[in-house]
Design a protein around this ligand. Structure first.
Ligand code: NAD
Length: 335
């Protein structure tokens, strides 16, 4: 069977990682990536063998910079079965008209609103909902991290209520424009934050509320969760449940911070030092007066990457069983 043709529109933090994750799968391939600027990322993309497309008015600039443009973004879209839109939040929605005109399927990221695609996706929680769909939104890094723990807990014990505080990284490591660099910022001040409600775009019946602060760090987000469950269970039961999940890593072994988790990612040879799984401190998993508490760290640059691969597989109906797609994606990426 021929491989599914995937195009990446927007080759930044998320786009370049999705391109590499698609490349290692045996049922899909990258037919091009779109870059608006001939910067170092475009040079690297070309060196890796990706065809680089660009807006019509940037073709000369790209050629002059020594990166031969393969064509316009519209040319790239015309060759694809599915476009993964990884442009900055709010930009992606403007591209919908391009995808509709070309009759091509499209995936957006968490920076866009649920309504744009009408289907918000997390492989563990609602793979079947994306089967055969034309448009899907892979939810944000934080929402992905929350769905990965809430869904299995709900299946096993029933979730009565979730309260979560998100301690968010202020910027990605390559971002020199955002902050704070020396403050803690309640963000937003008006509560709840959008993160809890966003979980409901994937698992609508969950009762969840969230607060969020921005911290002067670039490495990861950290969540403090407090969950009321319908059925009684012990901390050991929850540890055993999490240990079985394909995209959860229980951490201990002296790891006491997000910095050490990122070092672990490098030590185990992950591309770019990425950590695709939720990292839950095993010793933090506690039952107190019938309520569950734990800490988890989320690598914002990479946890959504395998989810994009699964979304492609579901939309193209390459695999109807979500668990099988997750296993296939994980194996090819080298989890
Ligand atoms: P980014 O800024 O790192 O990359 C975006 C890329 O798109 C850049 O290369 C930019 O030059 C390019 N671009 C801008 N306008 C374009 C256009 N009109 N056409 C084609 N390319 C264009 O952004 P990112 O962090 O990769 O975020 C992309 C999406 O993923 C957003 O929706 C964001 O909310 C979501 N997301 C980001 C993170 C994260 O932590 N970085 C995590 C999960 C989801």
């Amino acid at each position: 069977m021929s491989k599914i043709k995937v195009a990446i529109n927007g080759y930044g933090t998320i786009g370049k990682r999705v391109a590499d994750a698609v490349t290692v799968q045996d049922d899909m391939e990258i037919i091009g990536i779109a870059k608006t600027k001939p910067n170092y990322e475009a040079f690297v993309a070309q060196k890796k063998g990706y065809d680089v497309y660009t807006p019509a008015d940037k073709i000369d600039a790209m050629n002059k910079a020594g990166i031969p443009a393969a064509g316009t973004i519209e040319d790239m879209i015309a060759k694809a079965d599915v476009v993964v839109d990884c442009t900055p939040g709010g930009v992606g929605e403007k591209n919908k008209v391009l995808y509709e005109k070309a009759g091509v399927k499209a995936i957006w990221q968490g920076g866009e609103e649920h309504e744009l695609a009408g289907c918000s996706f997390n492989a563990e929680s609602n793979y079947a909902e994306a089967l055969g769909r034309d448009f899907v939104r892979v939810v944000s890094c934080n929402t992905t991290g929350l769905c990965r723990v809430i869904y299995p807990l709900d299946q096993e014990y029933g979730v009565k209520k979730v309260r979560v505080t998100l301690m968010r990284r202020a910027a990605d490591p390559n971002d020199v424009k955002n902050g704070p660099i020396n403050a803690i910022v309640p963000n937003p001040i008006k509560l709840p934050s959008h993160h809890g409600p966003d979980v409901k775009t994937v698992i609508p019946h969950i009762n969840i509320t969230s607060t969020a602060v921005k911290l002067p760090t670039t490495l990861m987000h950290l969540h403090t969760l407090n969950i009321e469950l319908e059925k009684e269970c012990t901390a050991a039961d929850v540890k055993a449940l999490f240990a079985k999940q394909p995209r959860i890593r229980l951490i201990g072994q002296g790891i006491g911070s997000t910095a050490e988790i990122m070092e672990l990612g490098k030590d185990i040879g992950r591309p770019r030092g990425d950590m695709w799984e939720n990292c839950i401190w095993e010793d933090s998993i506690t039952m107190y007066e019938g309520e569950l508490y734990f800490f988890q760290a989320i690598h914002q640059e990479s946890d959504v990457i395998p989810e994009n691969v699964d979304a492609i597989r579901a939309m193209m109906e390459l695999e109807t069983d979500g668990a099988k797609s997750i296993a296939k994606t994980n194996k090819a990426m080298g989890f």
